[in-house]
Write a protein that binds this ligand. Structure first.
Ligand code: UD1
Ligand code: UDP
Length: 358
């Protein structure tokens, strides 16, 4: 089968890595990777292709950063031409970015079946651009690869046919399992950043709802600053957040240790060795669980509700005053048994089998 895979943002490179490898090793799939160019900095894109040894994209649409409509439109336009030329049997998209919705829409208009990995996630907050992207993508897709039971039930509640849905678990579990292996560590990562095991917090913030409002972002920074008086915070800065902090001059003196975005292997090790995580990232909420580190999720709601239900992760609304107290009072749970909400790290293989059989 010939498959076009459309990816463009950092988490999509990480999700595609194990799937693409499984396709290649099977010798049964001819995969063409299209990079939309949504993320383009060396540390947001190339770094992952090199580190995770992802097949080189045959096409790069180089759309860059622009408004939602312009970005989605440019990708749509670019992918249409590629689909017409390459005539794939299937188009594969991941997650909930503008690259996802544009890929799915271009294919479905040309009657090419769409496969959506991470189908069925819902925050039930339509103000998030991601929520709109995922709902539309799910409803355009023929193959709905859901990562959890809750995601499957969300799809069924929206009237999508059971026949299209296959819970394969989470492909991010596959990536995490592979790249946390000792053999990938070539130097002492904690030493590089002058950190001690379980004596620091790692933080990432990039969601539109946490960065676009100056009031919310400065509240977050003010509270993190308070936390950093008690415990070291290391904060790999997403370019979106960096640009806003710089342009609005939101930082005075702080103990927070801001660094550039790091590669995946460094990130997994920084997450694993942290005392806890503070994040608004989707992927990191689960990586913490895979690696045994709990997270404070700076959001009003999450798609990964199973981890909040078991009190592994806690939600802290980022617009509340003095939320740093909740962070300082956060007690981590010792030796909690972890269930396999997200499959066993063989989601890519399950996905391949399903595609070959259906
Ligand atoms: C996108 C996704 C979000 C996902 C995130 C993963 C959408 C609507 N959002 O958000 O769901 O969680 O990726 O990281 O698709 N920028 C750079 N260099 C880059 C990339 C971005 O400087 O390589 C800056 C630009 O100023 C850009 C801003 O970051 O305007 C936002 O980038 P964009 O891709 O639009 O959204 P993300 O916030 O990255
Ligand atoms: N990540 C990384 N380096 C960083 C920050 C994040 O490798 O500096 C990884 C992280 O481990 C996870 C993915 O990028 O696998 C998450 O991406 P992001 O938070 O940008 O997007 P989201 O998951 O929220 O869509």
């Amino acid at each position: 089968k010939k498959i076009i895979t459309v990816i463009g943002a950092r988490p999509q490179f990480i999700k595609a890595a194990p799937v693409s490898k499984t396709f290649e090793e099977s010798n049964k799939i001819d995969e063409i990777i299209v990079h939309t160019g949504q993320h383009y900095d060396e540390s947001m894109s190339n770094l992952f292709f090199n580190e995770l040894k992802i097949k080189k994209p045959l096409y790069n649409l180089e759309v860059g950063s622009c408004s939602h409509a312009e970005q989605t439109g440019k990708i749509l336009n670019g992918i249409e031409k590629i689909i017409i030329k390459e005539k794939p049997d299937l188009l594969l998209v991941y997650g909930d970015t503008n690259s996802t919705i544009a890929g799915a829409l271009a294919a479905s208009k040309l009657h090419i079946p769409v496969a959506h990995v991470e189908a069925g996630l819902r925050s039930f907050n339509r103000n998030m651009p991601e929520e709109v992207n995922r709902i539309v993508t799910d409803h355009l897709s023929e193959y709905l690869f859901s990562p959890t039971e809750i995601a499957t039930s969300n799809l069924i509640k929206e009237g999508l046919s059971n026949r299209k849905i296959f819970n394969i678990g989470d492909v991010m579990h596959d990536s995490c399992k592979e790249f946390i292996k000792e053999e990938y560590i070539t130097y002492d990562i904690l030493k590089k950043y002058n950190l001690e095991k379980k004596k620091y917090v790692i933080c990432t913030i990039h969601r539109a709802e946490n960065t676009d409002s100056e009031e919310v972002l400065s509240n977050i920074l003010k509270n993190l600053d308070k936390v950093s008086d008690t415990i070291n915070i290391i904060f790999p800065l997403h370019p979106r957040t960096k640009k806003i902090i710089e342009s609005k001059n939101l930082l005075n003196k702080t103990n927070i240790k801001f660094i550039d975005p790091v590669g995946y292997i460094e990130m997994l090790n920084l997450l694993k060795n942290a005392e806890f995580i503070i994040t608004d990232s989707g992927g990191i909420q689960k990586e913490g669980y895979f690696l045994g580190t709990q997270a404070i999720v700076l959001r009003n709601e999450t798609e990964w509700t199973e981890l909040v239900d078991i009190n592994w992760n806690i939600l802290v609304p980022p617009n509340t005053q003095n939320f740093y107290q909740k962070i300082l009072n956060f007690k981590t749970i010792e030796n909690q048994k972890r269930s396999s909400f997200y499959g066993n790290g063989n989601s890519s293989q399950q996905m391949l089998n399903y595609i070959l059989e259906n």
